[in-house]
Design a protein around this ligand. Structure first.
Ligand SMILES: Cc1cc2nc3c(=O)[nH]c(=O)nc-3n(C[C@H](O)[C@H](O)[C@H](O)COP(=O)(O)O)c2cc1C
Length: 329
């Protein structure tokens, strides 16, 4: 088997090694989640949840808090979105000043509220505006600029836009093989991803429907992409990146073992407990993330049932300690 995972590559001078990336996910890939993923191992790049260019340029506190990152995340990419080309480059400059490695532009979000402002995949309706936005950003910042797209708005026609991005100086692209109209229905079109990879000289991340370690290797094989980007699978199994390496090397995977999941949950709780955030936020994060990490494992249902009664992060820690004891008994 070809050792795809040994093929590191550079995004405008930033080394991506190994060639696996955590996809941007709103409300999920904040600094605590990204830092956990890096700690568990196997990912070569982590991308933030999308941050509003409006929020950043209008000095919104929440948007600025979202710029936080930990040193262990490097290389780290911060994603911004917005429909106003004149604000996007200001937002990119704010991201750069934060000291991150890469700034990524969201051209994939399908949500109506976002696309109606011309942002997210709304950018794919007007190639000239999208190209103008990206041109201004690449001229404004020194760090590498990347763009994450879908394969088109209604049909698979994004390639000419990507070629323009390449000429403008974009350092890499990530492509989710669905149109905006498809949202999350159907399957990610890996054939289109393969075609895009063949036609571009800059690095390409393939994205969409990598659910297992075997899928990740198959995406490398079938599309020839430089990197594989994974979203939803990492929601439930934060060990997915490490598991891909184990699978490729013929070693057993660990992500579906309860002991490992509990370990990840406890690490995550320690991170959010120490965060400079209000208790309500901590409780919300604990509930949702432990809810995801407990899916698909033995005793997971008991953990989720226990989550109904928690009133503090320490309650979740006790709940997990009890689960550990039950397993050990
Ligand atoms: C909860 C959630 C939030 C997402 N938020 C973002 C986002 O902020 N920016 C973005 O570019 N894509 C976002 N996406 C899309 C993912 O990055 C990815 O393209 C998509 O989930 C397909 O990959 P997957 O099959 O590996 O999940 C989000 C997806 C999910 C499930």
């Amino acid at each position: 088997m070809t050792d795809f995972l040994a093929r590191s590559f550079s995004i405008g001078g930033v080394l991506i090694d190994p060639p696996l990336a955590l996809a941007p996910m709103a409300e999920v890939t904040d600094t605590y989640y990204r830092s956990l993923i890096k700690e568990l191992g196997g990912a070569g790049l982590v991308v933030s949840e999308f941050i509003s260019a409006e929020g950043l340029t209008r000095k919104n506190d929440r948007s600025h808090q979202m710029l936080a990152f930990a040193e262990n995340e490097r290389p780290v990419s911060i994603q911004i979105y917005g429909g106003d080309p004149d604000r996007m480059d200001d937002a990119a400059a704010i991201v750069e000043a934060q000291g991150v490695d890469i700034v990524d532009i969201n051209m994939g979000c399908p949500v109506k509220k976002i696309v109606n402002t011309g942002a997210g995949s709304g950018m794919l309706k007007d190639f000239d505006r999208a190209a103008r936005t990206v041109d201004k950003i690449t001229k404004r910042v020194k760090i590498p600029v990347t763009v994450k797209v879908r394969k088109g708005w209604e049909s698979d026609d994004v390639l000419p836009l990507l070629q323009r991005f390449q000429d403008i100086g974009v350092s890499a692209i990530a492509i989710h093989g669905r149109t905006r109209s498809e949202a999350y229905t159907g399957a990610s079109d890996w054939k289109y991803i393969a075609m895009v990879k063949r036609e571009l000289r800059i690095p390409v991340f393939g994205n969409g429907d990598v659910k297992t370690p075997a899928d990740a290797i198959r995406m490398f094989e079938e599309t020839g992409v430089d990197g594989v980007m994974i979203g939803r699978a990492a929601l439930h199994n934060p060990f997915i990146f490490r598991d891909i390496h184990a699978y490729a090397a013929g070693r057993p995977t660990v992500g579906n073992e309860i002991e490992h999941r509990i370990d990840a949950m406890q690490r995550y709780l320690t991170k959010i407990d120490g965060a400079p955030q209000i208790d309500k936020w901590k409780l919300h994060k604990a509930r949702t993330v432990i809810g995801w990490f407990s899916k698909g494992i033995p005793h997971g249902k008991d953990i989720r049932l226990g989550l109904q009664d928690i009133t503090a992060v320490s309650d979740v820690q006790k709940l997990l300690d009890r689960s550990r004891e039950t397993i050990a008994a």
